[in-house]
Ligand binder design. Structure first.
Ligand code: F6R
Length: 605
């Protein structure tokens, strides 16, 4: 949450910083701001409430000069998203600027102390205490002042500091992500890799407790006490194009259409030549566990809910799915025979990271399904399985979800085979079906026009219901989440068989109900449940296979999706629901890529 970009080098810093912020706007868009240092006596700042486009307009009339700059795009925590609370925050003499992502937990007592020492505060933010603290400690050595200030601060943060008298950017990290980009006679710092992609692929991921003194031609890393630390230089294999819209109207739409390729990348090289096995480069011994606990947040959690079905059915290991935000507070019981799988696109979600820490504290074995390399989770987990989805910029997750499902399919088969629970014939049937998924998803996406008509017809409804059974109950949950987060239509999902236990009271002629009725063991029961809803005048939008002729009798609209093995169907079915959400939000003229109140990478609890 919140995007930070810093630049020091030979280019106009404002151009690089604003360009980087554009690529990080998914991290927050309540306000944006930038400060640059040129040869003047003070820093030059422009900051505005609202989206980055408003800041860009302001910069047209007030362009900033200088080769050192830091900028921010904010997801508000402390203080309303107005101009004053926007970052950067400057000292009274405008010589020092601070930008911060995270929360300073002890800012209230610090603020009281600083006020009694004579400091005047102008904003309602927790960040401003850092400015005054650094000022208090500053005696000509910026790094020392930042170190001493941070010794007084508790919380989770990443921050960058600029001072007019020093040709440096100082960066520090405690929990919130921060990556340094290494250039030729120029260097960069950012909250996330996409900001750096047009400039460099050589990066250093800062660890918690790291500080960086970033100069034009050098980077010095230390801990908060000034002891030198060494960090690996990684090379990013994403191309810059991957973080562009490439002709699509929205990132979300582009990412939906990237899914066939993403599936190929997730599977790439992981099917064994015998057509029956999966090769995962993991240290875990599949026979050393007797239980699996999956934990994640939001969309990643729903992928885990599919994973629960898969691992139980394919590998026959008792499996539970847990919300990461509840996990450690629920005081779960784990041991060394438990495999805890955490799932996270960003690898930075604080709830998921803390759930992982809880699992490790209790001695469980841990495995992460991740997209972003070098993330906090990747550093703490025993084993990582990367989904290779490429940068996901749309705030509503689509291609990462698809790739997470693919990862669970691989893990389930891998565990099932290693534990001799999966026969050769079933394994090869599943693998063959998985190989067909890129083409089938492409096929499902061809229904876009028809889905758009349905979206148009029901876009003004206030409520939607999504129904699914078995392994497609999580698909219904994900379909409802997608619709509500980008169209702001209230949507709920139920396991189809649960309707009669209460929610059926909601049904009337105004309620669209998306019913997943693709081939499954429970197909007949699903049809009965749909009929119960139809009898109460609900509007049925079914998701069904092409060979299903009877479904039209019970439905007002039918979205056709290719038929595939039931255990693989969530991957095909979700694509249509992503399009339904996209087309609905688009027709409501909403900001599909940056829905209100949300941010990608939720690094606060
Ligand atoms: C919804 C969405 C969120 C994320 C959740 C976890 O479209 O994107 O629900 O799935 O915040 O994020 P990661 O996967 O980064 O841990």
């Amino acid at each position: 949450m919140c995007g930070i970009v810093g630049y020091i080098g030979h280019r106009e810093a404002a151009d690089v910083v604003v360009d980087g912020l554009t690529r990080l706007e998914y991290r927050g868009y309540d306000s944006a701001g930038i400060v640059t240092a040129d040869s003047q006596a003070q820093l030059e700042v422009v900051k505005r409430a609202g989206k980055l486009s408003i800041l860009k307009e302001a910069l047209k009339t007030n362009p900033l000069k200088g080769n050192i700059g830091i900028g921010h795009t904010r997801w508000a925590t402390h203080g309303k998203p107005n101009d004053v609370n926007s970052h950067p925050h400057l000292s009274e003499d405008s010589k020092l600027a601070v930008i911060h992502n995270g929360i300073i937990e002890n800012y209230m007592p610090l603020k009281a102390k600083l006020i009694s020492n004579g400091h005047d505060f102008v904003s309602d933010t927790d960040t401003e205490v850092i400015v005054h603290l650094i000022e208090e400690h500053y005696q000509g050595d910026l790094v020392e002042a930042v170190q001493n200030a941070l010794k007084e601060v508790t919380g989770a943060y990443a921050l960058v500091v600029s001072h007019i008298d020093h040709e440096v950017i100082v960066a520090a990290r405690a929990t919130s992500p921060m990556v340094i980009g290494i250039g030729e006679n120029e260097n960069f710092v950012a909250s996330d890799v996409p900001a750096l992609l047009p400039y460099t692929r050589k990066v250093i991921f800062l660890h918690d407790g790291d500080m960086a003194l970033i100069k034009k031609a050098s980077i010095e890393l230390s801990d908060f006490d000034g002891n030198i630390v060494e960090r690996e230089i990684s090379t990013i294999d994403w191309d810059a194009e991957a973080a562009e819209k490439s002709g699509y109207e929205h990132y979300m739409l582009k990412e939906i259409y990237e899914q066939p390729t993403v599936l190929q990348n997730t599977f790439g090289g992981r099917f064994a030549a015998n057509g029956m096995d999966v090769e995962l480069d993991l240290g875990l011994d599949p026979n050393s566990i007797n239980r699996v606990v999956i934990t994640a947040a939001g969309t990643a959690y729903y992928s885990g809910a599919v994973g629960e079905y898969l691992i139980e059915q394919v590998a026959k290991i008792p499996t539970e799915i847990e919300l990461a935000s509840e996990f450690r507070y629920r005081k779960p019981i784990l041991d060394e025979n438990t495999l805890c799988i955490v799932v996270s696109q960003s690898g930075e979600t604080i709830d998921t990271l803390e759930a992982l820490r809880e699992a490790k504290r209790q001695g469980a074995k841990t495995l992460a399904i991740l997209n972003v390399k070098g993330s906090s989770i990747s550093r703490e987990v025993d084993d990582s399985l990367y989904i290779h989805a490429g940068p996901e910029i749309g705030v509503a997750s689509t291609k990462a979800y698809m790739a997470m499902l693919a990862a669970f399919e691989l893990i389930a088969i891998w565990l099932g085979r290693a534990r001799a629970e999966l026969s050769d014939s079933v394994a090869s049937e599943l693998i063959q079906a998985l190989r067909s998924t890129p083409g089938l998803v492409e096929h499902a996406l061809e229904e876009r026009e028809h889905i758009a008509q349905i979206a148009e017809q029901f876009k003004d409804k206030r409520d939607y219901l999504f129904l699914g059974r078995g392994i497609n109950f999580p698909t219904a949950l994900e379909g409802a989440l997608k619709l509500k987060e980008i169209s702001y239509i209230h949507a709920e999902a139920y396991a189809t068989g649960e309707m009669k236990h209460g929610p059926i009271a909601l049904i009337d002629e105004n309620m669209p109900i998306v019913a997943i009725a693709t081939a499954s063991e429970l197909y007949e029961k699903t049809i009965s449940n749909i009929q119960e809803v139809k009898a109460r005048d609900g509007i049925i939008i079914s998701l069904a296979n092409p060979d299903d002729e009877q479904i039209a009798i019970h439905s007002d609209h039918v979205i056709r999706v290719p038929k595939v093995h039931e255990l693989i169907s969530p991957m095909i079915n979700v694509a249509s629901l992503q399009l339904l959400a996209y087309e609905t939000a688009h027709r409501l003229e909403l900001d599909v890529d940056q829905p209100r109140n949300l941010a990608k990478s939720v690094t606060v609890e």
